[in-house]
Ligand binder design. Structure first.
Ligand code: EPZ
Length: 427
């Protein structure tokens, strides 16, 4: 396994390119199942999860071709074609490694009338059930059978039928599965209490490019007028708002200034306001935003919640930044039940964080020091990288395969703006 070694204390300055969004890519890829024509996705990030999803789609009969890109380029162009579906089974050994595999469920049932998908099970940050995904499909007429850790969904004769889906609380993935199922259902579907994350809007815009008819984009009520079939399209993945927010924290924690090329302010409103409340200066620049530290980091009180509120995927990164704030911060994680695994590792670096249930009290310290630490999940790993950038001395982050799931060529991007960071293989 690889490790990342950082010698902290360097002020980061310069331009840093933001890649295509992981959480948009993982819901755009299964759209290929909804048509027998080619779907070309541009600005696809080079990430382990994107590769895994491509392999899963190959197993279902989707051909994938990647246009070559220069080694110094970020992102790729992938053309996917599901001329026919050769399998409707998403096996446990794939789903257990990548939960987003559940997003083939809706498209498979919509396209071919059936799907057998392993239930993903829990993960490091929580139980993460998929009951809302299943209820959404049932609302469109699917019959479900759960046995031996798999769910088998079958559409009635004649296919899925439009209906009303009312989510009791916001679920990004369930909204995505519902949308991808509804676009080929007969009649109109209304999705109430839909997630409003920018990745949902990106999905809807891609489906519309493929011929779908969807109203209510960016709102919590989506109306879908089902079509007989969809056609191919070329669509560009939106920039990653969480990657942009993560590197913004790198600028703040090192007292630096980074121009995040490709970042879109309108996709990260609460991240930007959080950075400004912490004392950051956010400026619009051509094609992106510049984030600059401006003196001491100010303490914050933040609760995670669905978009447009502060995203759970930024909680660990903000916590790393706030370990050095002039004062005490309060973070409250309301989405996942176990998303504080970065806390013990940050405390080993000299941070002063106390977890009480869903709340984390972060007492700012003068400095943190490098240490050998271990990544436990994707965003926790990034918080350790951020702490290492500011720590005195050397930090070694083990199990960086977590990072490779969500951050494209992280050490290259950070080296280019002055970080003393490298990857070492444990052989
Ligand atoms: C997506 O996960 C993201 N992943 C997550 O990002 C992100 O943290 C999450 O949305 C919240 O924004 C991808 O897009 C691939 P949810 P998802 O359904 O869809 C519960 C990252 O770091 N729930 O909105 O799985 C669930 O347990 C990852 O990039 C049910 O109870 O999240 C959670 O408590 C981590 N039943 C809450 O809802 C369901 O059927 C929100 O989950 C579905 C979800």
């Amino acid at each position: 396994m690889d490790r990342i070694i950082i010698r902290g204390g360097k002020r980061l300055e310069g331009k840093l390119p933001i890649s295509g969004a992981k959480n948009a890519a993982l819901t755009l890829l299964p759209c290929a199942l909804l048509t027998d024509e080619p779907l070309t996705l541009r600005n696809l990030p080079r990430l382990a999860d994107v590769d895994s999803f491509g392999h899963l789609l190959n197993q279902l009969g989707v051909s994938t071709t990647v246009e070559g890109s220069r080694p110094d380029e970020f992102g790729r162009v992938m053309t996917l074609r599901a001329a026919s579906i050769s399998s409707t089974v998403a096996p446990y050994d794939i789903v257990r490694k990548m939960r987003a595999s559940i997003l083939v469920l809706g498209p498979l049932v919509a396209r071919g009338g059936e799907a057998t998908v392993s239930l993903p099970g829990g993960c490091a940050i929580g139980m993460r059930p998929v009951d809302l995904h299943l209820r959404a499909l049932e609302a469109l007429g699917a019959e479900l059978e759960i046995a031996s850790g798999y769910v088998r969904a079958t559409a009635p004769d004649g296919g899925l039928k439009g209906g009303t889906i009312r989510f009791p609380f916001v679920s990004v993935g369930a909204t995505e599965n519902a949308l991808m199922a509804a676009v080929l259902a007969k009649g109109t579907t209304v999705i109430e209490n839909a997630a409003r994350e920018p990745e949902i809007t990106d999905l809807a815009k891609c489906l519309i490019a493929m011929g779908a008819e969807i109203e209510g984009l960016r709102t919590d009520t989506l109306t879908v007028h089902g079509k007989e079939r969809l056609h191919g399209a070329t669509y560009s993945v939106m920039p990653d708002r969480i990657e942009a927010g993560s590197y913004a924290c790198a600028a703040m924690i090192t007292g630096g200034s980074l121009e995040l090329t490709g970042a879109r302010r309108e996709t990260m409103p609460s991240i930007v306001s959080g950075l400004e409340d912490a004392g950051g200066i956010i400026e619009d620049v051509p094609g992106g935003i510049r984030v600059s530290a401006d003196g001491a980091i100010r303490p914050l009180s933040i609760s995670t919640a669905p978009f447009p509120a502060f995203p759970t995927d930024m909680q660990a990164q903000f916590m790393a930044m706030l370990t050095l704030a002039k004062g005490t911060s309060l973070l409250t994680e309301t989405i996942f039940e176990n998303r504080y695994m970065h806390v013990p590792e940050l405390n080993r670096m000299g941070a002063d964080i106390e977890v009480r249930g869903r709340a984390a009290i972060v007492r700012g310290v003068e400095k943190i020091h490098g240490a050998p630490v271990m990544a436990t999940d994707l965003r926790a790993s990034m918080s350790l990288i951020l702490a290492g950038l500011a720590a005195e001395g050397e930090t070694q982050v083990a199990r960086v395969y977590h990072l490779d799931r969500g951050y494209e060529r992280l050490e290259e991007k950070l080296q280019a703006v002055g970080a003393d960071i490298e990857r070492a293989s444990d052989g």
